[in-house]
Design a protein around this ligand. Sequence first.
Ligand code: NAD
Length: 356
Amino acid sequence: MENYKITLLKGDGIGPEIVNQAVKVLDKTAEKFNFTVDYDEALLGGCAIDATGVPLPDETVEKCKASDSVLLGAVGGPKWDKLPGDQRPEKGLLGIRGALGLFANLRPSVIFGPLKSASPIKDDIIGGNLDIMIVRELTGGIYFGERGRKTVDSNEAAWDTEMYSVPEIERIARVAFDLAMKRNKKLTSVDKANVLESSRLWRETVIRISKEYPEVELNHMYVDNCAMQLVRNPRQFDVIVTSNIFGDILSDEASMIAGSIGMLASASLSGGKLGLYEPIHGSAPDIAGQDIANPLATILSVAMMLRYSLNQGAAADAIEAAVAKVLEKYRTPDIYEDGFEKVGCEKMGDLVCEAL
Ligand code: NAD
């Protein structure tokens, strides 16, 4: 029987509540699909600052590296907002991504049928179920390039640098092509190759890597057009691959198409088996400890973990189907509509387990 070692980084605010529900669902899934899971907990963010003085203790990095995968709740909150930038909880988040070499960020934008009305996009544009996967390069490009300030013609000026090397583009392209192979075999590479030299190298490299994936239909789109197409005709997309800055913007746009922040999962991958899985929302300090947070984004993050790190695709499908089934009748307050039964965080976890 397969055994997996998962490190839990519950974090702050609603983090512990939502991770506890996801663990319950993972345990139920393990029972059903004949594998076992051992958990180890480690500190990240505000709780780590309180206990150790730093947002990312060395012990946390060691535990994560020694595990098959990491499940993160969320970090941060008003208690730590006044600390200087390099001592804040969010610094721990960037730190763990760097320490684990997580260069690929996967953000699915999925609309579950019963939640279609939560999307701000008209029904006839969404059609049936929407399912887009955005693959964002996470450790390169303009957010990590050289920057500075200087005086130009007696005026203060500032500059940032977008730079990508061929190996950086190759590895993110392979992640995207591999994903497309597991989905509908359609990949859109987004760049600004009509203007930017870094985008021209991006496009040349993606085209070269595409020869290794003859079954995948590749097309290219300028980022401005992609921003428009996401709301005009989102159903044309399967997998989108793009740079750090373009992915930052497009993945937020795509998540709005799906409607609710409490429903959206994400994965950050290193190219190997180890991945870090987390909901895209934050620690929601305004609702922490009230048993009203929506745990589904974290539960769906567990489904991504099973699919992308643990090679348990059928178990991932079962969790997603259970979530869809529960949504036909039950809602947490953030996604509540008339005609449904309102339930809390804990009860939502129980219902997903029952549906499994
Ligand atoms: P947030 O995502 O925590 O909350 C935004 C709004 O969405 C709030 O009204 C909140 O109640 C609601 N919300 C979020 N998740 C929900 C859920 N699962 N169920 C129901 N409602 C939910 O964003 P924010 O308010 O800008 O940030 C709060 C804290 O979280 C800050 O300290 C911020 O730095 C941190 N943060 C952490 C992460 C992370 O850990 N990855 C991401 C974003 C923000």
